[in-house]
Design a protein around this ligand. Structure first.
Ligand SMILES: Cc1ncc(COP(=O)(O)O)c(C=O)c1O
Length: 402
């Protein structure tokens, strides 16, 4: 983006809306979703027959469509990804002292799920360019107590599943066999990996349909995909008071209206994602040439969905200067930026106490350097240009402050 153009854009002030650092995708419903929701309510109005049902046809149809979309054997819909992560870890039947390897640069949900089942969280480092679990570091942390590898498909980019699955086979648990690989794809629905969709590989993959995510079912919702039919039976049992599975269960269901809306959002998912990816690629071109910034990285064979647009400042700007850059963006240009995510042990005192003594120097370094600038498929071209020009100017300001 050349200097004259940047000056011209900024002289006109911020166009349109303020975008928070992690925008609400939930704003992107169409009349189709409204009609689907209304129809599901109208169809449920006779209290002597239908009502909202339990596992109603809308839920079954949505699950079949979602499994097909991901290329997975089955999909089990649930009320949120947090619940799904808990359910996946429940299915491991952890024994005291059992360990699960979790990337430290992460949202706190995966670690909460492990601790919630009395498991031990073993943090691992992430790759500096992808922010995804680093297989070499995972391998160093596998012990005879390791039961599972728990990657997050970070910010819309798939974790390196083939390498992780190979490690899982090569280092089996003495009693339970190959380690289970469980993917947290809360932020990565629609992402691609070597010709497959995220959700096709690994023992279980958990998706979120929360209002910020790539598709949404009226604010909350989620699904678990798996090829393991017995595990799917158990998940359905946990979701509905035991169901056909002879085991513990409660109520973690999606509603009929959410499933009806989910079917529409799923049909639109590729288009919504294509628009997001286009916006990210346009931004890549506009920010190219800022020497201090490392832009998002998409390895060969991966399809990034840019749930978040993550950048790095140089080491010499780590911490204070990165934070100052974000303040300038917010206060002087009105552009939302955030740090997604710091290592979980920095973010949650509870999880820090649970994992006391574990030090992750690469995660600590990245935590002080990374930041995300708001991205949304409904941003206008003017909004996109303004944000890019603002970032150029804010970086120049920090540079000039020495
Ligand atoms: C990486 C990750 N995992 C899990 C979750 C939890 O998802 P949900 O809000 O659907 O419970 C989130 C939500 O923000 C997330 O970002």
């Amino acid at each position: 983006m050349d200097e004259n153009r940047r000056k011209e854009i900024l002289s006109q002030g911020r166009p349109g809306r303020y975008w928070p650092a992690e925008p609400m995708l939930g704003g992107w419903y169409t009349e189709e979703e409204v009609e689907a929701a209304t129809k599901a309510i109208r169809d449920s109005m006779d209290p002597t027959t239908v009502g909202f049902g339990f596992i109603c046809p809308e839920i079954v149809d949505f699950e079949e469509a979602f499994a097909r979309y991901c290329g997975a054997g089955e999909a089990v819909s649930i009320n949120g990804a947090g619940t799904g992560l808990d359910m996946a870890i429940m299915c491991l039947d952890l024994e005291p002292g059992d360990e699960v390897i979790v990337p430290a640069i992460n949202f706190r949900a995966a670690a909460m799920a492990v601790v919630g089942q009395r498991g031990k969280v073993v943090w691992c480092e992430v790759d500096r360019r992808t922010f995804n679990m680093d297989p070499a570091d995972v391998e160093r942390r596998i012990t005879p107590r390791t039961r599972a590898i728990f990657p997050v498909h970070m910010n819309g980019l798939s974790a390196p599943m083939d390498e992780l699955l190979e490690l899982a086979e090569r280092h089996p648990h003495p009693k339970h066999g190959p380690l289970k690989v469980i993917g947290d794809a809360a932020r990565a629905g629609a992402g691609g990996y070597k010709g497959t969709k995220i959700g096709a590989k690994g023992w279980m993959t958990i998706f979120s349909f929360h209002t910020m995510k790539l598709m949404t079912t009226l604010g909350e919702g989620g699904a678990i995909t798996t090829d393991d039919a017995e595990a799917a039976r158990r998940l359905r049992g946990i979701r509905q008071f035991g169901g056909a599975h002879d085991g513990w269960g409660t109520n973690y269901k999606l509603t009929k209206v959410q499933a009806a809306v989910g079917l529409v959002q799923l049909r639109r998912l590729d288009d919504m994602t294509a628009q997001r990816v286009q916006a990210a690629e346009r931004r890549n071109r506009m920010l190219q040439g800022i020497p201090e910034l490392t832009l998002p990285y998409e390895p060969e064979g991966y399809e990034h969905t840019y749930y978040l647009y993550t950048m790095l400042v140089p080491r010499r700007w780590a911490g204070e200067k990165r934070d100052r850059l974000l303040r300038v963006m917010e206060e002087e240009y009105g552009v939302g930026c955030g740090v997604y995510n710091r290592p979980v042990y920095e973010d949650s005192g509870y999880l820090r106490r649970q994992t006391a003594g574990q030090k992750l120097p690469i995660s600590d370094e990245l935590s002080a350097r990374l930041f995300c600038m708001a991205l949304h498929p409904l941003m206008t071209g003017e909004e996109q240009e303004y944000m890019a020009a603002a970032l150029w100017a804010a970086v120049e300001r920090i540079r000039s402050e020495g």
